[in-house]
Design a protein around this ligand. Structure first.
Ligand SMILES: [Zn+2]
Length: 125
């Protein structure tokens, strides 16, 4: 099997300190620990998966866990280019939305307060 190894600019110009990767959204470099690693699910699927432990096999892409970078990546079709045609970014979107809730103030819907008293039905005709 002929596996082509393509070095990205980030890999060639790696710094001696911590490994840096380029965000596929804003194209800025950041430490690996600041970025989400994304991989293609493969096996005929076009889904993009979030590699939480940054250990999954295969070619990875890197993205800031932010809506802005996600939007940029989607707009410039960076997923497909970085991940051999994988374009299904639903899992990534969910991950970023979930992370946003952890970081910011939670907005819990007031279910109890919104509960309305339902009128009895059936007694009138
Ligand atoms: Zn970014």
């Amino acid at each position: 099997m002929n596996v082509r190894k393509i070095l990205t600019v980030a890999e060639v110009l790696h710094t001696e300190d911590q490994p840096q990767r380029t965000c596929i959204g804003c194209r800025k470099k950041a430490l690996r620990s600041e970025l989400l690693r994304l991989v293609a699910e493969g096996s005929g699927s076009t889904a993009v998966l979030v590699d939480e432990r940054r250990r999954m096999a295969g070619r990875g892409a890197w993205l800031h866990p932010s809506e802005a970078c996600l939007a940029l990546a989607v707009k410039r079709r960076a997923f497909g280019r970085a991940l051999n045609g994988a374009t299904g970014s639903t899992a990534v979107e969910r991950r970023i939305m979930a992370g946003k809730q952890d970081a910011g103030p939670l907005q819990i819907p007031l279910v109890a307060a919104a509960k309305t008293v339902q009128p009895e039905s059936g007694s009138e005709n």
